[in-house]
Design a binder for this molecule. Structure first.
Ligand code: NAD
Length: 499
């Protein structure tokens, strides 16, 4: 019998009744390993109602007790790390070590959320006027929702619900329908950790569930991570319905390689950041920009054999660099981008399109591809490919190298490799991109900082997790109070605090 994934509402499994299901593949073999129920509007509304019912009591729990739930959740994740990583790898196709990393990065946000009593402290001014004190407090919003992509099924839900729930909100999570098991398991663990029923609800679904969340007046704020077209739609629809929204989108992350960079180190970093997780990371390096033709020639000479030697295989086997892609459809889309690059006149130095693995011929595999002489007017440069494809765009000097990521439609991450501190500092200051690495290939900020790109990589002004996450999931209230009230000085015709 085929496994079926249903919803987790008000602390229990709720079977999907819409009659609509999506396929959950095993990317290693290409088989359909499960079906996932796709929620109707009314089923999604049940999840929202459950979160609404849980809100008054959860928001009244004091912050230190909410922190204790987070602490127990952190311990449960650690105890269940192997199970979570294996579950994640089986549906996503990323190798086990990378799957552990996915869970670990989410866990770090939970560790951050354990400090919520400190993070929620307000400000106080004594004696702002005669007998007048002024203070501010951060209050939770109510029911909030998260809509997440396939590529980090553990980390990204935890970016969102970890902070939101610690702040006192209740949550509706609509995870990717491609890999629903881990988000569901996390909700069970939250309950085991002491989160009351209804505090974290998971509703599986597609556009119908998403649209219900975006338009329901009970939902106060929406966090989204996914592709830019959908992110923009989420942003606009939420804004039209008066909701707070943060919507992270796609990316095209450049690595600038200056002539003084340590090229051996750069090649290692490009291989890891360009091809790790089959390039299905929003912070993957997809464009390398060697500065000067000589650096370009040498870089290609060294990269070519390394890309050819990449070990592609089943995600649960050791010694594999990257596993299959998430679906056949996505793998074929990536391949068609490679076809397009050839048509556009880029030089395909390594062609991984025909890669096939004996015994796993139907798995969603693809070998690493390397393009040289990519130009900035080509589609393979302008658009996100999201696969194991690295493009080399040669620049003649530092200024034209800075201009490339700065002028690109996406502005998620960027890195510079150099031994020159002046150049690195100037680059970090001027480049028009949200997250910058200096001799670091994947500049993902840690949980206590915040994550967010610029331009079409993020719609909305407030980043994910860290102090920005706390700001996103709370609203500030400022109280001006006068004690004692007994001292009278007649009618005030100026604002009392001006006295
Ligand atoms: P996606 O946009 O296809 O899906 C994301 C979510 O939106 C899913 O939950 C999906 O069910 C929902 N969705 C899809 N189509 C929809 C529609 N028409 N209306 C309403 N909802 C819809 O993204 P994906 O393929 O799951 O993830 C990969 C993308 O996510 C890449 O573009 C990647 O760069 C991006 N991403 C960005 C970040 C970031 O922080 N900037 C992080 C991870 C991934």
């Amino acid at each position: 019998m085929t496994t079926e994934h249903h919803h987790f509402i008000n602390g229990a499994e709720v079977r999907g009744e819409s009659g609509r299901f999506g396929d959950v593949f095993n990317p290693t073999t290409g088989d359909v390993q499960a079906k996932v129920a796709l929620a109707s509007k009314s089923e999604t509304e049940k999840a929202i109602a459950s979160a609404e019912a849980a809100y008054p009591s959860w928001s009244a729990v004091n912050p230190q007790r909410r922190a204790r739930v987070m602490f127990r959740f952190k311990e449960l994740i650690e105890q269940n790390m192997d199970e979570l990583a294996a579950m994640l790898s089986r549906e996503h196709g990323k190798v086990i070590a990378d799957s552990v990393g996915d869970v670990q990065r989410g866990l770090e946000v939970i560790e951050f959320a354990c400090g919520i009593p400190h993070l929620l402290k307000g400000e106080y001014t004594e004696g702002a006027g005669p007998g007048i004190d002024l203070y501010s407090m951060r209050q939770s919003l109510g029911v909030v929702a998260g809509i997440t992509p396939f590529n980090f099924p553990a980390m990204i839900p935890m970016w969102m619900f970890g902070v939101a729930i610690a702040c006192g909100n209740t949550f509706v999570l609509k995870p990717s329908e491609k890999d629903p098991s881990v988000p569901r398991r996390l909700a069970e663990l939250m309950q085991e950790a002491g989160a009351p029923e209804g505090v974290l609800n998971v509703v599986n679904g597609d556009k119908e569930a998403v649209d219900t969340i975006l338009t329901d007046p009970r939902v106060q704020a929406v966090s989204f991570v996914g592709s830019s077209t959908i992110a923009e739609y989420i942003y606009q629809t939420c804004a039209a319905h008066g909701k707070r929204v943060q919507a992270m989108g796609g990316a095209k992350n450049h690595a600038i390689i200056m002539p003084d960079a340590d090229l051996d180190r750069v090649v290692d970093d490009l291989i890891g950041a360009g091809y790790g997780s089959a390039g299905e990371r929003c912070m993957a390096i997809s464009v390398a920009v060697p500065v000067t033709q000589a650096v370009g020639d040498e870089l290609v000479r060294r990269l070519k054999p390394r890309v050819e030697e990449l070990r592609v295989g089943p995600s649960d086997q050791s010694g594999v660099d990257f596993g299959p892609m998430v679906t056949r459809e996505h793998r074929d889309k990536v391949k068609s981008f490679v076809d397009l690059g050839v048509e556009e006149g880029a030089d395909l130095v390594v062609d991984g399109r025909e890669f096939s693995l004996q015994g796993y011929e139907d798995g969603f595999y693809m070998g690493g591809c390397l393009f040289d002489h990519v130009k900035d007017d080509m589609k393979i440069y302008k658009e996100e490919i999201f696969g194991p494809v690295l493009s080399i765009v040669r620049a003649d000097d530092f200024e034209s190298a800075v201009a490339l990521p700065s002028n690109h439609q996406y502005g998620n991450g960027v890195s510079i490799f150099t031994r020159d501190g002046d150049a690195a500092r100037d680059f970090a200051s001027r480049v028009n991109v949200g997250m910058v690495g200096v001799n670091i290939p994947i500049p993902v900020p840690l949980a206590y900082h915040t994550f967010g790109g610029w331009k079409r990589s993020a719609f909305g002004d407030v980043n994910q997790h860290g102090p920005e996450g706390v700001r996103f999931y709370t609203k500030i209230k400022t109280v001006t109070s006068r004690w004692p009230t007994g001292v009278r000085s007649g009618a005030d015709f100026v604002i009392p605090t001006m006295k």
